[in-house]
Design a protein. Structure first.
Length: 406
């Protein structure tokens, strides 16, 4: 059985040797990148472990190992299935619960993940990875004090663990200490250059601090290591977008869409730029692609309605807005837009081609002439003016002995 489990190591070596041999025969070919090699190794590992499980489906360790590989390649559903099976076959195993907590965190089920991580700690799993995980999950629960405690415990065991410094940086960012966050996350990248999340978080922090050029430098470093990562391309597009460079933002969104045409967020970002440029035809094209991929995408019917309205397609706009209100009867924006468009339809105006400068300048209405009444003048010669006279004489006695003078 052990031979079956370890087949993937031999397959991996074979793949590497074959690549090197082919490279020697053809010098013009570029050798595979480390990430391509890793992908081949992961595939070989899954195949080998699958064969081992078929041969003996009662070995919990094989499910645990395959779950770990599935987690590594991002297949969380299969990873959760395997770790649950391993836990059934061999209950109360700390490392199984730890992997399960990692999987659940990846699925953003933070409360469940925290519960299993604590159970792993009770079962004497004493690793920096577990305490780092507990530190991150405590942050997700807004328990910063516990997060600091767990991360400090992890640093006691492994002071140069890059991920621990990364989560210390995210904690500092939560507290609003931006400079400390930048320093810690940058240190995490230095300690673990292959940790992609570090680049993404540092880009986000720098962007929020409006250090756009620095954010682009960090993102570029990440793209050198992960050239086909759509998340990094989208993050780069967002930096350009927030800094007002829409052309560059669109270039990166379209690169991401070529790699993964099913990413609805990329299509929405691109559509927003086209709409801002008043290129409503291209905006509508992207919005409709989103609708084809996932008709439950929030606000997409509303956005289609607005774009159709701008194109002058009032009937189509009304239909899209009706669907938006049916999906979300509490969407006030969609309701207001629907009332506006329906009013035009009910008035019999229907579709139209948006003309240019339709409104002619309306001459200003003349101001009303105000006839003022002549001011009345008083004839002072006919007025009798009474002077003010004192009621009585006042005798003021004087002291002749006092004189004023020199």
């Amino acid at each position: 059985m052990q031979k079956s489990v370890n087949i993937y190591f031999l397959l991996s070596i074979t793949v590497l040797l074959a690549a090197c041999g082919q490279g020697n025969r053809d010098r013009s070919k570029i050798p595979p990148s480390p990430f391509q090699v890793e992908s081949v190794m992961n595939t070989a590992a899954v195949d080998a472990l699958t064969d081992a499980i078929r041969s003996n489906p009662s070995v919990a360790e094989n499910y645990f190992k395959r779950a770990s590989v599935f987690l590594k390649i991002g297949n969380t559903e299969r990873a959760l299935e395997d770790i649950n099976r391993a836990d059934q076959l061999k209950q109360n195993t700390g490392k199984y619960l730890f992997i399960k907590a990692l999987i659940l965190r990846k699925m953003k089920k933070y409360n469940e993940a925290f519960s299993f991580a604590q159970s792993a700690e009770i079962l004497n799993v004493d690793t920096p990875e577990l305490y780092t995980l507990l530190g991150d999950l405590s942050q997700q629960k807004n328990d910063n004090a516990s997060a600091e405690k767990y991360l400090a415990k992890s640093l006691q065991i492994a002071p140069y663990d890059g991920e621990t410094h990364f989560y210390r940086g995210t904690l500092a960012a939560r507290k609003g200490d931006t400079l400390k966050a930048i320093s810690l996350i940058n240190k995490a990248i230095e300690l673990k250059p292959s940790f992609r999340e570090g680049y993404s978080k540092l880009t986000e922090v720098l962007q929020n601090y409006r250090m756009y050029d620095s954010a682009l430098v960090v993102n570029k470093s990440a793209l050198i290591q992960f050239p086909d990562n759509t998340d990094l391309l989208v993050e780069r597009g967002l930096v350009f977008f927030k800094s007002g460079r829409l052309d560059s933002a669109l270039v990166n969104y379209e690169k991401a869409a070529i790699i993964d045409s099913k990413r609805t967020d990329v299509l929405l970002y691109s559509a927003a730029i086209y709409y801002r440029w008043k290129n409503y035809t291209k905006a509508l094209e992207n919005y409709e692609k989103v609708l084809d991929i996932n008709e439950d995408t929030p606000k997409v019917n509303y956005l289609i309605g607005l774009t159709q309205e701008q194109l002058g397609n009032i009937d189509e706009a009304e239909n899209a807005l009706k669907e938006a209100v049916e999906k979300n009867p509490n969407d006030e924006q969609a309701i207001i837009a629907l009332n506006r468009v329906s009013g035009r339809v009910n008035a019999g105006l229907g579709n139209y081609s948006p003309p240019v400068n339709v409104r002619k300048p309306v001459a200003a209405a003349p101001k009303p002439v105000v006839v003022e009444e002549p001011k009345k003048l008083l004839d002072t010669s006919r007025l009798r003016i009474n002077t003010i006279k004192p009621k009585a004489k006042v005798n003021v006695k004087t002291d002749s002995t006092k004189r004023i003078g020199f």
